[in-house]
Design a protein around this ligand. Structure first.
Ligand SMILES: [Cu+2]
Length: 124
């Protein structure tokens, strides 16, 4: 909650400055995105609820190996997969036009989901 508020404030400040180019390749959390922190072997939070439509995740890899996030629907079909996120890196992951329902998000790296790296996305 606090991280999201800070991210929104940062974006507002950048917008007020007329779209700073930013420096040094550092990127900040997009407004309205859901921050999910990845470590070995879990997502935090592991339960996410969002309105249907476009869902934007802000993936923060605080672990020591690479991770990603994929979304699987209730029939077991994977509908979206993020880019790989290196240890210490961040990536924006947009899932477009997602319908209401219950989904599983998980890491596709071998053994990670089995080790507990998964969560539940509820789309309302
Ligand atoms: Cu992983």
């Amino acid at each position: 909650m606090r991280a999201l508020a800070v991210g929104l404030a940062t974006v507002a400040l950048l917008a007020a400055c007329g779209g700073s180019t930013g420096g040094g390749g550092g990127s900040s959390q997009p407004a309205g995105s859901i921050q999910v922190t990845m470590t070995e072997f879990k997502f935090d939070p592991s339960t996410v609820t969002h309105a249907s439509g476009n869902v934007v995740f802000w993936l923060v890899n605080s672990g020591s190996t690479q991770h990603d996030m994929a979304i699987r629907d209730s029939s077991g079909k994977t509908i979206a997969t993020s880019e790989l996120v290196s240890a210490g890196d961040t990536k924006e992951f947009t899932v477009s036009g997602i319908a209401a329902g219950t989904y599983t998000f998980y890491c596709t790296q071998p053994g990670h989901e089995a080790s507990g790296m998964k969560g539940t996305l509820t789309v309302t």
